[in-house]
Design a protein around this ligand. Structure first.
Ligand SMILES: [Zn+2]
Ligand SMILES: [Zn+2]
Length: 348
């Protein structure tokens, strides 16, 4: 079968490899769509994956083709999304069903073979069946959507709150999409590219609530636009000192800051910025991955419900689609930032 294999750092190639067969408890999924995640770019070009060679891609969906031993054959032919994290089931976090913090997890696309291939094997536990109205492209965006919902739920903004989202990549934009869907309307979006302004306006944010953070002082703009009260909730979706500092400087007393973006480098704060955490009694909250417990209230089921109800349209954020033979171009666009993009999908 055709697969996109990361052989070593910077060495990403389309190869013909053996079609896998499902182990006991697993199924074989025929992949239909797989998204390139922002985290795939450093994985491919800078840091490498935990095990190489490796088929990368953790944002995928497809159709179950066959079942391993002990798996209910009802799955065959079913359209499925896949939670890519495979928890150990035994550590302290798994015992309380916070699988996203499992200490000994495996992961499709970073620790075991992932979705940029014609076929991938996944445990039955990781499957989630698609309702008829949910498309494969939407399902390939379950993971980033669930990550966005998880971040929101970590800080739970109310509909009265002034909420700032800084960093308008896929996750930042999805945070805005779900906030609006939850009735949180007083949203301020900070980006650095003109096409991001267009996108947030399409999502429903008024033009005057968009600010280009590369041009001027974003903290001053936030404060001036919130009746000098500051932001009640701030989502840092970049992972840089400067944007974290904006969040702290612009936070209202008792404000909450959710750190969403993976850090680019060491993070540090100037002393006068740090003081504001204390004096304004701010809450800094981390968020990681998403909840997947098979309960109706977990992040994945929430995302599917909203899609099924037609309340959210993540496909608006798909800017590029590539077949398997051209998918490397998608990685290069994201690496070199040579075109405007949000979500780039492989259609397999
Ligand atoms: Zn991802
Ligand atoms: Zn565990």
């Amino acid at each position: 079968m055709k697969a996109l294999v990361l052989k070593d750092i910077g060495k990403l190639e389309i190869e013909n490899i053996d079609k896998p067969s499902p182990e006991p408890g697993e199924v074989l999924v025929s992949v239909k769509a797989c998204g390139i995640c922002g985290s795939d770019i450093p994985r491919v070009y800078k840091d490498g994956a935990h095990n190489m060679p490796l088929v990368i891609g953790h944002e995928f969906a497809g159709v179950v083709e066959s079942c391993g031993e002990g798996v209910d054959e009802k799955w065959i032919g079913k359209r499925v999304g896949v939670f890519p994290l495979i928890p150990c089931g035994e550590c302290e976090c798994c015992k309380i069903r916070k699988y996203e913090m499992c200490k000994r997890y495996s992961y499709n696309g970073s620790r075991r073979n992932g979705g940029f291939a014609e076929y991938v094997t996944v445990p039955e536990w990781n499957l989630i069946e698609l309702p008829e109205t949910v498309t494969m492209e939407q399902a390939a965006m379950f993971e980033p959507m669930a990550v966005a919902v998880h971040a929101i739920r970590r800080v739970n903004p109310s509909s009265e709150d002034a909420v700032v989202v800084m960093g308008l990549g896929t996750i930042g934009l999805l945070v805005i999409m779900f906030l609006l869907d939850m009735g949180v309307n007083n949203i301020f979006a900070i980006g650095n590219k003109d096409f991001q302004k267009k996108l947030v306006m399409e999502l429903g944010v008024p033009e005057e609530h968009y600010f280009d953070g590369s041009k001027d002082n974003a903290a001053e703009w936030i404060i001036a636009n919130t009746n000098y009260l500051g932001a009640d909730v701030f989502f840092e979706c970049i992972g840089k000192n400067e944007s974290l500092a904006v969040g702290i400087e612009a936070a209202a007393p008792l404000g909450k800051i959710c750190t969403v973006g993976n850090p680019y480098s060491d993070m540090g704060l100037d002393r006068d910025v740090y003081w504001k955490i204390l004096r304004n009694q701010l809450t800094l909250t981390g968020t990681w991955n998403s909840s997947f417990t098979h309960d109706i209230s977990d992040d994945w089921n929430y995302v599917i419900l909203r899609l099924q109800q037609g309340a959210v349209h993540p496909e608006k954020l798909i800017t590029h689609r590539f077949g398997m033979d051209e998918i490397l171009e998608g990685f290069e666009i994201m690496r070199d930032k040579r075109e405007e993009y949000v979500k780039i999908l492989g259609i397999i």
